[in-house]
Design a protein around this ligand. Structure first.
Ligand code: PLP
Length: 400
């Protein structure tokens, strides 16, 4: 019999991590590669946050903490939810994990029985379907095309709900499209959800602070207080605070679910790093002004990338509201042939061509459940981005 569990056959390694690794390997082999695959800010963690961590080490905050977070961090999270989202949570409604990814994983494993359905709007963050599959659930993928601005509509939601639906996963601003839901968008979805009390909402607000042109962030438990009791509001410090490596994510939700998440965590990883938790307290309670400064840079890069990509024959790039991704269509390149004589049949072929011909590493849309598109992360230096876009334009011009 096979040694590895069948469970593992249901899932694949993260395709975004795979692209990043491939780009790194090519670089190490001496190739001139620009990696646009990674989903992390190129900015360093602010100094006040680093100092808080150093202080934690020096003062002996180096022991086990509460499994699902220190009191100090939970208090900072409660204050954040109140201040920024108008949401009231008590201490037993807050959980802290090793990244938002662990919170999500724990929540799904703690709630899904075999065959329970989870509605996932596509394009989606690559980990949602695979975590659902690991947890014995059934991902129900709902395609949200560009004509719906890559967002789930009330009609599409209604059509996807069944008596077996346990969760709807929302992600705004979105990875991979950068699309964001306004309060009115969420209002329409809430009206559908109110008719279906079996459906819970896992809202992934990881990119909350990365919004441009004055777009107002909204989260569903605030938009519809009647959904508060069945919503897990997930967030973290990775993206806005440039703390991807520190591994701190958190959520607010109903006390019984929060308790179940802690139970899972108590038998797997226990508490997230005590030092990272101390740093996250400073991130949430400390000065927030650097976020706006970073966003000004992100916005400039977004506008540049959108403008340049729209000059590439065969590509079409929308302007996203937030996050640090664009999700251009490569429909116009499909069916063409490369100078090496290879036919471009899919977005996988297209990104392979970009990497081989021009050393630009992007991620194929098929990884996110909507083709033919590809994802570019503009969380990299403006100079590298400009060069990458020049190369992409050249690659598209070379297609026949
Ligand atoms: N959710 C989305 C949409 C993401 O893009 C990411 C990271 O890429 C995460 C969650 C997980 O973030 P972390 O585990 O670093 O908190």
């Amino acid at each position: 019999a096979a040694f590895l569990a069948e469970r593992l056959d249901r899932i694949k390694p993260s395709p975004t991590i795979a692209v990043t690794q491939k780009a790194r390997q090519l670089k190490e082999a001496g190739r001139d590669v620009i990696g646009l695959g990674a989903g992390e800010p190129d900015f360093d963690t602010p100094d006040n946050i680093k100092e808080a961590a150093i202080k934690a080490i020096r003062s002996g905050d180096t022991k086990y903490t509460n499994v699902d977070g220190t009191d100090a961090l939970k208090k900072a999270i409660i204050a954040k939810f109140k201040r920024e989202n108008g949401l009231d949570y008590k201490m037993d409604q807050i959980t802290v994990g090793t990244g938002g990814k662990q919170v999500l994983f724990n929540a799904l494993v703690a709630t899904l029985n075999a065959g329970d359905e989870v509605i996932i709007p596509a394009p989606y963050w690559v980990s949602y379907p695979d975590i659902v599959l690991l947890a014995d659930g059934k991902p129900v993928i709902v395609e949200c095309g560009e004509n719906a601005k890559f967002k789930l509509t009330a009609e599409a939601l209604e059509a996807a709900i069944t008596p077996k639906t346990k969760w709807l996963i929302l992600n705004s601003p979105s990875n991979p499209t950068g699309a964001a839901y306004s309060a009115a968008d969420l209002r329409a979805l809430a009206d559908v959800l109110l008719k279906h009390p079996q459906v819970h909402v896992l809202t992934d607000d990881m990119y909350e602070h990365l919004l441009y042109d004055g777009f107002q962030f909204a989260t569903i438990a605030q938009v519809e207080p009647k959904l508060y009791d069945r919503t897990l509001t997930m967030n973290g410090v990775s993206k806005a605070y440039c703390m991807t490596g520190w591994r701190i994510g958190y959520a607010g939700g109903p006390a019984p679910l929060i308790k179940a998440i802690a139970k899972m965590q108590s038998q797997s990883t226990s508490n997230p790093s005590s030092i990272s938790q101390a740093a996250a307290v400073e991130a949430l309670n400390g000065p927030q002004d650097f976020i706006e400064k970073n966003n000004a840079v992100f916005k400039e890069r977004r506008d540049m990338v959108v403008k340049l990509l729209n000059q590439a024959p065969g590509l079409h790039c929308h302007t996203p509201e937030g996050a640090f991704y664009v999700y251009p269509s490569c429909a116009g390149a499909i069916g063409k042939t490369t100078p090496q004589g290879k036919k471009i049949a899919t977005d996988d072929d297209f990104v392979t061509y970009l990497l081989e011909a021009e050393g630009v590493a992007a991620v194929q849309g098929s990884a996110f459940g909507l083709s033919p598109y590809f994802r570019i992360s503009y969380a990299t230096s403006t100079e590298a981005l400009k060069e990458a876009c020049t190369r992409i334009i050249r690659a598209c011009q070379a297609l026949k």
